[in-house]
Structure formats: C-alpha cells, structure tokens
Design a protein around this ligand. Structure first.
Ligand code: HSE
Length: 325
C-alpha cells in the first residue's frame, strides 16, 4: 500500500494485468445549449485495451481506425499523455508500466466528441486497472485536461457526458460544476456524418463574439424550456425548445445541405434537428427509435443523391458512460 500526491491509497495487489473498456461518443451542445449541454450515445464509441508491463512508462502498442492520423508518440497522443498525467499525479510513474491499444470506431473531426471518447476511455481504463482508485468526479478534471491537450481548449461538454453518461449540464467551467439531467425514456438520436471536413477550430472561429439581447433572451428561454422538458418528460416542450438562434445560423454554412437535411428530419417526425458539436455531424432528436431510423435513412439518401457520402448512427441516450467490456 502506498500513499501518493492525491492521498489515495493504492493497493498493488488489486492492480489488474489488463483491461478492455468502451467510452461513448457524445453530442455536444444538444442543439440550443452551446458549450453547456451534451449527451452520450450508445454507438459509436472508442475502445481502449490496456496491458500492464513490467517496465514502468506508458507506450502505445497500436491504433486502429484512425487512418494513420493519430500520433504513436506517447507524449503526443492524447490518450497516453492523459494516462501519463494521471500516473504522475498518483506518484506511480516509476512503479507502473502500461501498453495501450486504441480502437477508434468514429471518425476524427466528426463533431461526435471523438477525442473525448478516446481520452475518457484511456483514463477510465487506467483507473480501472488501478482498482478504481478515483471516483468519476475525481477523474473528471483529468478528462477536461485531456480535451485541452487534444483540442487546445478545455470545455467539458463532450468529456462530461462521455464520462458520466446521460445528459449533462456544464453549469460552470471554473470551477467545474457538472449537473446530471434526467433522460426521458424514449429520447433517441439519429446522427448523420456527412463526409466533409469541418475542423472544430474553424467552426469556433466563425462564431460571432457578440449577440443581440433579443437573441440571448430567445436562447435562454429555449435552454430553460429544454431542461424543464427533460425533467417533465414533456416531448412537446423539448421539441418547442430545441432551437438554436445563436450558433446554427453561422455554422450551418459549413455543412452542405444542412437546411434540406433539417426539412427531411422534421418532415419525418423529429422533435428537433441541428448540428452535433461543431459539426459536420448533424443530429435528429426524436421520440422513439423508428423516427430516428427513418430520418437518418432519408437524410442519407438525400446526401447520396447529391454526391455526398455519409455515415449514420441511431442510438438511445447512453446512461452508463464508459464500461468495462
Ligand atoms: N461546444 C463545442 C462547440 C463542442 O460547439 O464548439 C465542440 O466539440
């Protein structure tokens, strides 16, 4: 048993030899809650396999599904860099060695919280390997730091739902104040990822720094309405509230066929439709799976007819967050 910087007791007998975990993709912003709302989905998500080694240190054994885009250098790769950071914080860097296999099931730069899913998978894996030393609340700041390493900014609207599961509100960033919100049982997401490149950095730079007071009033009315709708499981109220007058009008121009996709989703019964995170993925929020399925199928057909390849995912809101496989 050793005591470390965080004053956590590590029982070396409880450290596992290997662990295999999954962490979910996330839909940040939840249409009207820019930078403050997000939810996790059952699929897609990323997997991390972590193996304990006799030699101390953190190494990347392999990465699958990234088309060679992610670095294998353990100091440059976000997953290994986060694991190293946590081991340092626990004062275990000279005692523990791990090798990591990262398996990505979602495209990078899709607006589905790809880097967050990998970061959360990596940190959840090392924490599990160490015998669940930290609680999820204690792990969260490391996940936010991981997001900062990956994207240059440490906002938590992807990592919070990826780690906590369900729908999360980032009430405050500094200090971090995360609130878990209720998830109405039939709430589904139909996600379509048009295969065009929209880097988060560009999508953020495009947004105006100032907003009109009347637009701010509309937006906070919508956010409050959405939160009330979630508490009441009132799908009509959720539908009325999920409109974004601040960000969508600017970002939609980066996403081909955005307004046509929106028309199709709403015509097929979606409660709402908008951009997932910073895009280019779009999301139809629906009551029930059948509507999400129909909306995504018709959107995909429309994109295909316009020469745009796409991927689609239909999922309930993921309640659990990361899990051991
Ligand atoms: N809230 C962020 C944005 C999410 O919309 O830029 C980015 O993943």
């Amino acid at each position: 048993m050793i005591q470390n910087k965080t004053h956590k007791k590590i029982d070396f007998d409880k450290i596992l030899d290997q662990v295999h975990v999954f962490a979910p993709a996330t839909v940040a912003n939840m249409i009207c809650g820019f930078d403050i709302l997000g939810f996790a989905v059952d699929s897609p998500g990323d997997e991390v396999k972590m193996y304990r080694t006799a030699e101390p240190g953190v190494r990347i054994r392999s990465i699958q599904g990234d088309e060679g885009r992610l670095p294998l250098d353990p100091d440059k790769n976000t997953v290994s860099a986060c694991v190293k950071m946590l081991l340092r914080e626990l004062d275990l860097q000279d005692d523990i060695g791990v090798e990591i296999e990262l398996i990505k099931h979602m495209p990078i730069g899709s607006g589905l919280g790809s880097s967050s899913a990998s970061t959360v998978a990596g940190l959840f894996a090392i924490n599990t390997l160490l015998g669940n030393t930290l609680t999820k609340d204690e792990l969260m700041p490391y996940c936010v730091e991981g997001e900062r390493l990956a994207c240059g900014h440490g906002h938590a609207d992807n990592v919070a739902p990826a780690l906590m599961g369900g729908i999360t509100l980032i009430r405050g960033q500094e200090p971090l104040d995360i609130v878990k919100l209720p998830v109405p049982q039939d709430l589904y997401a139909g996600i379509v990822f048009p295969q065009v490149d929209v880097p988060t950095r560009d999508a953020r730079q495009l947004i105006k720094g100032k907003v009109q007071l009347k637009d701010a009033v509309t937006q906070w009315g919508n956010i409050a309405g959405l939160i009330s709708g979630l508490f009441l499981s009132d799908y009509e109220l959720i539908s009325r509230s999920m409109h974004d007058v601040l960000i969508e009008p600017t970002r939609a121009i980066l996403i081909p066929q955005f307004y046509e996709m929106k028309r199709i989703a709403l015509e097929h019964g979606a409660l709402s439709f908008g951009i997932s995170g910073s895009g280019p993925s779009v999301v139809a929020i629906t009551k029930g799976k059948a509507v999400a399925k129909a909306a995504t199928e018709h959107i995909q057909q429309h994109l295909s007819a316009n020469g745009i390849d796409s991927l689609k995912f239909v999922s309930a809101v993921n309640i659990e967050g990361p899990k051991v496989l």
